[in-house]
Each structure stands twice: as C-alpha cells, then as structure tokens.
Design a protein around this ligand. Structure first.
Ligand SMILES: Cc1cc2nc3c(=O)[nH]c(=O)nc-3n(C[C@H](O)[C@H](O)[C@H](O)COP(=O)(O)OP(=O)(O)OC[C@H]3O[C@@H](n4cnc5c(N)ncnc54)[C@H](O)[C@@H]3O)c2cc1C
Length: 432
C-alpha cells in the first residue's frame, strides 16, 4: 500500500458526533506493545493493556474506524455463526456453555466500555434482537432453538413471537413468526470506535493514523515495525487487522486464515411521516432466517438494510440495488423512498465459523475471523488479547487457536465464496 486509502462515505460518517484526528507515526517510538489496526480489536486491546499498567501504541493504516469497525451495521449481538446446539453436538455441553458465556460477556463489555470510556454518543441500547422466520420450516427451527437453550443452557430469556406480533413489531407481513433474544441491541459503530480511540488517547496511549505497518521483524528480544515515516520498537505485537490484513505484507500470515466476504448496507432518507412510524418501531436489530441473511434496523428516522455485497475487491451498484429490491419486498411502503447512502466493507470468515485467537510466536498475538458478528466479539477479544500479551492462556473455548489455521484453498477463495453463496441463494429460493 503506497497511496492513502480512500475515505469511506456512509451514514455513520454523516452522522458522527466527532471526527478526532491523530498524528502519523514518525521517527522512533518505543513501547511495550505495538497494536496493528485501529478498530475495536486494537483499541479494546489498548484500553485493557493500559488498565494493566502497560504502554501500548496503536498504528492505523488509514483513519480510526476505517475498517469494518467504522462501517458496520451497529448490531450488537451475543452470537457465533455456529449454534450452541451444534457446538454441543460436535464437542460437548461444557464447550457450548463456555462459548455462550463468552458471547454474553462480549455484549456486557460493550455496555461497560460505553460507561467507563464515557461514550454516550455511541447510543448503545440493549433493545434485543428479533430473528424473523421466512417460512414454517425455519419457524420450527426457532422453536427448537428456544427450547434447546432453555433446557440445556438455562437461558429462559428468549421468547417466541407469532406472525401477528412480528408484524406489529416490524411493520412487515413477510414473516411467519420470530424469536426475540434480549441479549443484544444497537450502537452507532463509528461513534463507538472513535470514542474508544479518544478514551485510550486520554489515558496516554499514542494513537497513530495514516501509519500503515509495512513490515515487521525480530530485533533481538524486541520487534521492529516499519511505517512510512519511522519505526516502532516493541516488546510484543498484536495483529488486529481482521479482514483488512492484506493491506501490507506485514500481516499476510493471518490473512491466509480468512475468507474475505463483502457485506453491504443501504440507508433510506429520513422517514418523517406517520405512515413510517410503524416500521421497526421497537428499535431492535432484526435478522431473518434465510441463509443469505438480510438484517435491518432503524438509525434515527431512517431504515438501514444490510446483506451480501458484491463479490471481489470492489463495491458494486448491482449489489446495493439487489438489497433495495429485498428491502422493498419486505417493506412495500418503502418503494418510493430515496436510498441516500450505500456502502460496504469486508468481513473475515473462517472455515470453522468461529474467530481465531492465538500467538504466531512468543512475540506476536492476533485475533481475527469474527464472521460478520464482531462488534461485541472483537471488542471482547481485545480484553483477552491483553491477557495473552501478558503471558496468560485464557480459557477461550473454540476460539483459541494454538496453531494458525491456514485455509487449504486460499488461492481459490474468491471462486469458492461465489460457489457457496450461489448454493445458499438457491436453497433460500426453493424454501429449504
Ligand atoms: C458492512 C459490514 C457490516 C457489519 N455489520 C455488523 C453488525 O451489524 N454487527 C456485528 O457484530 N458485526 C458486524 N460486522 C463485523 C464487524 O464490524 C467486525 O467484525 C469488527 O468491526 C472487526 O473489528 P476489528 O477491529 O477486528 O477490524 P477492523 O475494524 O476491520 O479494523 C482493522 C484495521 O486494521 C487496519 N490495518 C490493516 N492493515 C494494517 C497495517 N498493515 N498497518 C496498520 N493498520 C492496518 C485497517 O485499516 C483497519 O482499520 C460488519 C462488518 C461489515 C464490513
């Protein structure tokens, strides 16, 4: 990467409370821990390291939150892409319980950080997530999920909703029922990541923007990182670059563990007339049960609608046009409203559907692969990375990756993603 990365245009950029600027790294910087990546993973790691009395620095290739952390949907959820029942079936109940604890801890941490780092404009609300069933088969699966969680995990907080209740909550008649999960909510993602950066900076952590780490190498008992205008010498390095790990060769090892998948969002113009007030009136995050899942939420008086983006490196109008068609299929009253914002970003998928956290060697730790559900989880991994850096091996269930799990089909990952997505779309279309 030689030229500056392009600015992101999104609803979050247009509604952000503040736009803090941080200097580029120059000259020589000494620190305990050099953190590569200025998203939730990196900034949360910096926060927790500072609390432990260590001196980290954060190096961001572009602006804070330029990656997924500043452009995501702001859905805060306690979940993995693999269900608790599947974890229990493949491993055992103890593993499923530990994973559920980790998931719940992730959502709790968001609330804690919003308070302790003083980020009220993150607008965090624990309004819950409503999973909307698109057919009777998926509704049966939601009922089974609710029962399984109550029986095996003691989670009695989930509630089945009838078609009428879902219609009342969402304003859409497209669903046959739903499952309401109170362990989740909504946030303004860019305000949150910028608030974290300001908070760690106030605590004395040097935060550097426009400072891509171009290379890193061992230098005796330390690590030496090169940026365009200087070097950073650190006892330890944390890689927090997730789906953007291919920006420079420095983090290529973790990139080889991920399948990048483009996720896209559209936002409507402000919907101020009373006719629109009944849409998503309960202000939750809403998902649907189709494999090529779409999700939606309110952001003030607008509706946000998200789903699969274009395949490959670049954005495409065709993908966001397709999202608009889906949105109108679910909410026909939105047919004539303007879509004012369209944007996308990369999520890091893993073959085993769970994030990977571990050490590359005694000097370098990493956490990647949030599979599109990383607002809370990446923030939590910062807490655990801070412990790993200090020599601990926390109990992370399936997330702990003692060895780098490289993709066997890395060179053909893009055609493979197209193939799998096409198959899922086909299954959705035939109602399976
Ligand atoms: C469009 C979209 C919608 C999403 N919606 C949701 C959602 O609603 N809910 C949810 O839970 N999750 C969602 N996600 C996923 C979630 O946003 C991510 O899992 C999470 O933000 C990952 O945070 P991170 O800090 O690990 O990575 P990122 O936020 O991507 O940060 C990585 C940073 O590393 C920097 N970087 C890369 N290489 C270098 C280098 N060599 N030197 C310095 N810096 C470097 C990049 O510039 C980038 O800013 C979504 C993702 C996308 C893309």
């Amino acid at each position: 990467m030689t030229a500056p990365l392009p600015e992101i245009s999104s609803l979050w950029m247009d509604t952000a409370a503040r736009a803090p600027r941080f200097p580029a790294q120059a000259g020589t910087t000494q620190c305990d821990v050099a953190i590569i990546g200025g998203g939730y993973t990196g900034l949360s790691t910096a926060h927790h390291l500072t609390q432990a009395g260590l001196a980290p620095v954060v190096l961001e290739a572009s602006r804070i939150g330029w990656g997924a952390s500043g452009r995501n949907g702001g859905v805060v959820s306690a979940k993995f892409r693999i269900s608790s029942a599947d974890i229990a079936g493949t491993y055992d109940l103890a593993m499923a319980r530990r994973m559920a604890q980790i998931a719940n801890e992730s959502v709790e941490l968001i609330g804690e950080l919003v308070d302790t780092c003083n980020i009220p404009d993150a607008g965090f609300m624990m309004s819950g997530n409503l999973k909307c069933a698109h057919n009777a088969v998926s509704m049966d699966k939601l009922r089974a999920e609710q029962q399984w969680l109550a029986t095996n995990m003691g989670d009695t907080g989930l509630r089945i909703q009838s078609a009428a209740e879902v219609a009342e909550e969402t304003g859409s008649r497209d669903f046959v029922g739903g499952l309401l999960n109170p362990h989740g909510g909504l946030i303004h993602p860019l305000n949150f990541v910028r608030g974290l950066a300001e908070s760690v900076s106030r605590a004395g952590v040097p935060v550097f923007e426009q400072s891509p780490v171009r290379a890193m190498r061992r230098d005796g008992e330390r690590m030496l990182l090169e940026t365009p205008s200087g070097t950073v010498s650190a006892k330890q390095v944390v890689i927090a670059t997730n789906a953007y790990s291919d920006l420079t060769p420095a983090t290529v090892q973790v990139q080889r563990t991920l399948v990048p998948f483009r996720s896209a969002l559209i936002a409507t113009e402000p919907l101020t007339t009373p006719a629109f007030a009944k849409l998503l009136a309960t202000n939750r995050s809403y998902t649907e049960t189709r494999r090529m899942m779409r999700w939606f939420r309110r952001a003030g008086d607008r509706i946000l609608f998200g789903g699969r983006g274009a395949f490959g490196k670049a954005d495409s109008a065709a993908a966001t046009d397709a999202l608009r068609r889906k949105m109108v299929a679910i909410f026909p009253e939105l047919a004539s409203v303007q879509v004012t914002h369209r944007w996308s970003g990369l999520v890091g998928m893993t073959l085993d559907s769970v994030p990977h956290v571990g050490r590359l060697d005694p000097y370098v730790s990493y956490a990647v692969g949030y599979n599109g559900a990383g607002v809370a989880m990446s923030t939590l991994m910062g807490r655990y990375l801070a412990r790993i850096v200090q020599g601990e091996t926390p109990e992370l269930g399936l997330l702990w990756a003692p060895h780098l799990k490289k993709l066997p089909f890395y060179p053909v990952r893009e055609p493979a993603v197209r193939m799998v997505a096409g198959w899922y779309q086909f299954l959705d279309a035939i109602g399976r």
